[in-house]
Design a protein around this ligand. Structure first.
Ligand SMILES: [Cu+2]
Length: 151
């Protein structure tokens, strides 16, 4: 019978495995999950997107409801520090809630290096860093979007 095949133990095992892996956090989020620092620890992590590779070096945090800060480095595919071809505007955004975070202070230290301060994760949930060509903080999909913390 067809209905019995559906409940074959192997099928169920594969189904459960695919559900659990599809819901898994990215590796960098899983590193320290369970702690109250966004699961990211104090270590560096890297994300490559939109032809750039970004590294985060946390100076403080990331911590829930405590001011955090980090150094963001921006590299090209060759690993060289590079500037954007626009003046970047940085802001936090909660994709599940559809609202931005409090204003950040972003300082360009040198080519490809930014210090981002006044990082406040004031709500539980997913937080993304958006890098925008404009001052608009509506979470536009044309921004460079980097998931940075989950509380
Ligand atoms: Cu929120």
């Amino acid at each position: 019978m067809t209905c019995l095949k559906v409940f074959h133990p192997l099928f169920v095992a594969i189904l459960l495995l695919s559900i659990s892996t599809s819901c898994a956090d990215p590796t960098y989020l899983a590193a320290n999950s369970g702690s109250d620092n966004g699961g990211l620890g104090n270590s560096t992590f890297d994300i490559c997107k939109n032809d750039f590779c970004f590294s985060f070096d946390w100076l403080a945090g990331p911590e829930y409801r405590k001011e955090s800060s980090f150094i963001l480095s921006v590299r090209n595919a060759d690993g060289d520090l590079v500037d954007f071809n626009f003046t970047p505007h940085f802001y936090l955004y909660m994709p599940d809630h559809g609202h931005p975070g409090d204003p950040l202070t972003a300082t360009r230290l040198e080519k490809g290096l930014y210090k981002i301060e006044k990082v406040m994760f004031f709500m539980k949930g997913q937080w993304d860093l958006h890098i925008s060509e404009t001052q608009d903080e509506s979470g536009s999909s044309s921004d460079i979007i980097l998931p940075i913390a989950h509380f």
